[in-house]
Design a protein around this ligand. Sequence first.
Ligand code: ADP
Length: 543
Amino acid sequence: MLGLMQDWPLLVHKLIDHAALNHGSREIVTRSVEGPIVRATYGQIAARARRVAAALDRFGVRPGERVATLAWNTAQHLESWYGIAGLGAVYHTLNPRLFPEQIAWIANHAEDKVLFFDLSFAGIVEQIAPQVPSIKLFVALTDRAHLPEAKIPDLVAYEDFIAAVDDGFTWRTFDENTACGLCYTSGTTGHPKGVLYSHRSNVLHAFIAGQADALGARGADAILPVVPMFHANAWALAFLAPMIGAKLVMPGPKLDGPSIYELLESEAVTMTAAVPTVWLALLQYLETTGKTLSHLKRVVIGGSAAPRAMIETFETKYGVEVAHAWGMTEMSPIGTVGTLKAGMEKLPYQRQLDYKVKQGRPPFGVEMKIVDDEDRELPRDGKAFGRLKVRGPSVAKGYFRGEGAEAFDADGWFDTGDVATLDPEGFMTITDRAKDVIKSGGEWISSIEIENLAVGHPAVAEAAVIGVAHPKWDERPLLVVVLKPGKSASRDEILEYLTGKIAKWWLPDDVAFVEDIPHTATGKIQKITLRKMFTDYRLPTIA
Ligand code: ADP
C-alpha cells in the first residue's frame, strides 16, 4: 500500500522561490568583479533568475543542455544557476584555476552551449572560444559599459541579455531526478570526470548539510562562502542559504587574507567556509596585524585536512568554533562534519581537539564503510584502515558519459579513493588518498598525519610529505616544508619536534625546504608535481 502524501518534486528553483517569498528582503552582498560592493535581495535575485531562464529559452537552450559558468562567487553567478536550473537546463561550473587547454577539454566533453563568464576570465575565454565549437553564445557577467575588449565571438553583456526579457517566466516542472548541475573533478589521474547532480540530490544535500550537527547554519547567520561555487557547489551553501534565509556575502575575485577579513568585519559575517590555505592566509594576516574577529562564530574547514594548530588557534585565540568537514565533488560534496557529540564538550580541550582534527562523522543521508583490498568490511575500531566507500541520495552513481565505472560497485557503494579509519563514535579519519599513501617495508605511512603535526612547529607555514624511493624500504617519507616569513628552523630541529609524536618508523628520512608548495585547482597539495620535483632526490638514509 502506498502512502497518501503529496508528490512534491524536489526542484532546486523552489529554494529561490521560498527565499523570495519568506526572506524577500534578506541580502546577498557581493564584492563585484568591477570593484564596488553591490547589494541585492532574495526577492531581486529570484526575479532576475527568471529573466535568465527566459533569455536562455529565447536563445534556444533546451532542457538538458549545458550552460557553463566561469565565474567567482557573486549574486549574478547565483541567479544564473537558479535560472539555468529552472529552465530544466544544466549549470556547468568550470574551474578557472585549470589551464585553458583543460578548461577547453572539459567544455568540449560537456558540450556546453552557452558560457557565462566573469571579466577576470575574458583572457581565458578568448583563448578557448575557437576550441569549443559547441558554445554558441558568450555572456559576460557585466553591463555593456564594462564589456571586455577581448576578441570573443557572439558576445553579449549579461545585463543586456536579461533586460531583453521580462521576469514573468514560469519555472518548468519536471521529474526531480532531472539533471541540474555538472561539475568535473580535477582528475589527478586520467582525464577529469563529470559529476552530474540532479535537482533531487541538490535539494536533499542541502537538507543533509543543513542539519544542526552538520553545517548548522541558521537564518540569522550571515554566511561568507569563500569556497568557490565552482568547487563542488560551494559546499551546499548556494542552496542552503536560500533554504533557510541566511544572508550571503559573496567575495567575488578577492580571496586574500586582508580582503576576506574586511568582509568578515564589514558585513558582520557569522559563518564562513574554505580550504585550509585560505585560513592560513587569514590567520597570518591576523597574527601580523594584531586584529581580531568581532562577529565570526563558526568556520568550516575542508577540502584538505585542517591542521590541529589551525583549529586550536581559531578556537582559543579568536573564539571561533571550527567544524572540520570532509567531502568530495562526487558527494555534492559534504560527507562528514566534525561536530562534537553529547558529553564530549566536557572533555579536557586537548581531548576535544583529538576529535576535532578527525574528518568528522556522517550526517543522516551519508553511509560509510571501510574495506580491505578484497572488499571485506573492516572493523570500526579507530585503528583498522582501509578504502573508504560511501552511499547516499547525494552521492554519484556514475560519472557523466559512463566513465570511471570501476569506482562504483554492484551494491551502489562509491569508492572514494581515500584511505580512512572509522571509530566507534562514528568519527572518520582520513589517513591518505590511496595514491598518496607511503609504502614503507610493506606497511603504510599516513602522509596527512605527519603534515598536520609538522605545521604545528612555530616556524612552519606549510608542509607536505611524499614517498621517495628507497632501496631497502621501497619508499620512505620526505617532509617538504615552507617556512613562515622571517622564521627559521633546521632539518634537525623539525625532526626533533616530530620525535615522540609519531611512531619512530614514520619519522621522515629528511626535510627539504622550498619557497612554495604547488596546489591543485581546488587548493590541495599537488603531490604528483611534488613527487616529480623530488624524483631524483637521494635520501641521506641511503647507504
Ligand atoms: P578534486 O578531487 O577535484 O580536487 P574534491 O573536492 O572532490 O576535488 O576532492 C575530494 C578529496 O579531497 C577527498 O577525496 C579527500 O581526499 C580530500 N579531502 C577533502 N576534505 C578533506 C579533509 N577534511 N581532510 C583530508 N582530505 C580531504
